[in-house]
Design a protein around this ligand. Structure first.
Ligand SMILES: C[S@@+](CC[C@H](N)C(=O)[O-])C[C@H]1O[C@@H](n2cnc3c(N)ncnc32)[C@H](O)[C@@H]1O
Length: 294
């Protein structure tokens, strides 16, 4: 019986015609179910879910704060106080706010991974590192998360802000050649000028060469890697891993994204060698997280 049921479900999803008939059947006999099955509450960035999402109306203080931060970013973008040049240059035909909505789960994970890192580590001042900063979109959520926890921080931001280093790209990454050459450090600084009072260090240059130029923090609570390059990703892991605090978090943006298989393979090999030192898991968004455990 179970096998027959599975066969029917698989066939429905395989053939458009059968799916249409199934929709019609649900529409007539189970109109409530149709919204659950075919109209997900959230879809974007390669995932969809029919379950409740953190930004549904609710009374949970953490969710509410994330929603407030997310809406604040949208209004900064609307009033030209935060420029998302990445979207404008790379996807000129797509609406910026549609993009931001699609990325909500991703940003929610950035935001919550920082509070996880703060709670799991013991140092009072929080040190964040981001490699692959671009306009400053993801670090915006990370810094807002620290502010919500009422903690002081230092943020060490690494990016070339001049385009990709084509010489280190694998064959499948060659499509990124000459991307990001529209970036200007000045504009990222302007975007992040809303964060006053704490320290943000802008470490411009190509990874890994730039690592020799800038002193790294002695203790790191949270490291975000979003470089579109498997070599630079591994260089970053090798460089900062010894300074990651016990309980500290490494968040990967590109772990399981379609088209980023070289990055996934390299990270898998890297974590297999360190298996006793960490906990690892993947999110449905394609992001993944390491928690350092000694
Ligand atoms: C996908 S974007 C980062 C997006 C950003 N995390 C966000 O969502 O707001 C990738 C960034 O990595 C930077 N990058 C790529 N390879 C690099 C390298 N070898 N050294 C330094 N920066 C690099 C690019 O300049 C670009 O800004």
């Amino acid at each position: 019986m179970k096998k027959i049921k599975l066969f029917i479900i698989e066939s429905i999803h395989k053939y458009v015609f059968l799916e249409f008939i199934y929709r019609l059947y649900l529409q007539i006999f189970f109109p409530k179910k149709i919204s659950h099955v075919f109209k997900p509450r959230f879809s974007g960035w390669g995932m969809a879910t029919s379950n409740y999402v953190p930004w549904d109306i609710n009374k949970n203080i953490f969710f509410k704060e994330f929603i407030r931060v997310d809406e604040e970013l949208s209004s900064l973008v609307k009033t030209n106080n935060f420029a998302l040049s990445q979207f404008q240059y790379m996807f000129p035909n797509k609406n910026t706010f549609t993009f931001l909505n699609d990325l909500r789960w991703r940003h929610y994970i950035v935001y919550t991974s920082v509070s996880l890192a703060i709670k799991k580590t013991i140092n009072e001042n929080v040190n964040l590192v981001e490699c692959g900063v671009c306009d400053g979109l993801t670090i915006y959520y990370a810094l807002k998360s620290i502010i919500f926890q009422k903690r002081k921080y230092n943020a060490y931001l690494y990016d070339a802000w001049t385009g990709m280093d084509n010489s280190i790209l694998s064959d499948s990454e060659k499509r990124f050649e000459d991307e990001y050459n529209f970036l200007e450090l000045k504009k990222t600084k302007e975007n992040l000028s809303i964060f006053t009072g704490d320290s943000i260090y802008f470490n411009k240059g190509f990874i890994p060469e730039s690592f020799a130029k800038y002193k790294k923090p002695e203790k790191i609570n949270w490291l975000h890697i979003d470089l579109n390059s498997f070599k630079a990703t591994i260089n970053t892991l090798d460089h900062f891993w010894p300074e990651i605090e016990d309980g500290g978090v490494v968040l990967f943006d590109d772990y399981a994204l379609i088209g980023y298989e070289d990055t996934k393979k390299a990270i898998d090999e890297w974590i297999n060698e360190k298996v006793g030192e960490l906990t690892f898991f993947q999110y449905p968004t394609g992001q993944a997280i390491i928690i350092k455990v000694i």
